[in-house]
Design a protein around this ligand. Structure first.
Ligand code: CO
Length: 134
């Protein structure tokens, strides 16, 4: 059901420093910082030849990233995103198998303008999984 790895997201305490490290030290193509108020994050995408890295920084006091950075003050891998062809069919199949979908269960529009859902990390080997309709 899942297709390509769309991105790996890393929560970072300092977006400028992390962007500079990927651009200057690792030599990657680093995009601009983009606020995503609906998701409570500011995002920087790093384009690799086979996938993307998504740097996440909290936006607002109730950002879902705040708690993660409190537990991981130097940052860390926050989620991985897999592509699916049909997000509603994927959701229904996963829910039927007992997996929990976070939030209302209805897809939100993600950072790429496409519908996304998040799956409970306790149901997926301790990893927060994002599904994006490709
Ligand atoms: Co993501």
């Amino acid at each position: 059901m899942i297709g390509r790895l769309n991105h790996v997201a890393i929560a970072v305490p300092d977006l400028d420093a992390a962007s500079a490290q990927y651009r200057d030290t690792l030599g990657a193509i680093v995009g601009p910082a983009t606020p995503e108020p609906d998701h409570g994050v500011t995002v920087v995408f790093i384009e690799l030849t086979n996938t993307k890295i998504e740097l996440l920084h909290p936006l607002g006091d109730d950002s879902p990233i705040n708690g993660f950075l409190e537990k991981n003050p130097s940052g860390g891998i926050h989620h991985i995103c897999y592509e699916v062809d049909d997000i509603l069919a994927a959701r229904d199949k996963l829910q039927a198998s007992g997996a929990r979908v976070l939030g209302s269960g209805e897809p939100k529009i993600g950072a790429h303008g496409k519908p996304v859902l998040f799956l409970h990390p306790k149901d997926f080997t301790g990893t927060l999984v994002e599904l994006e309709q490709a």
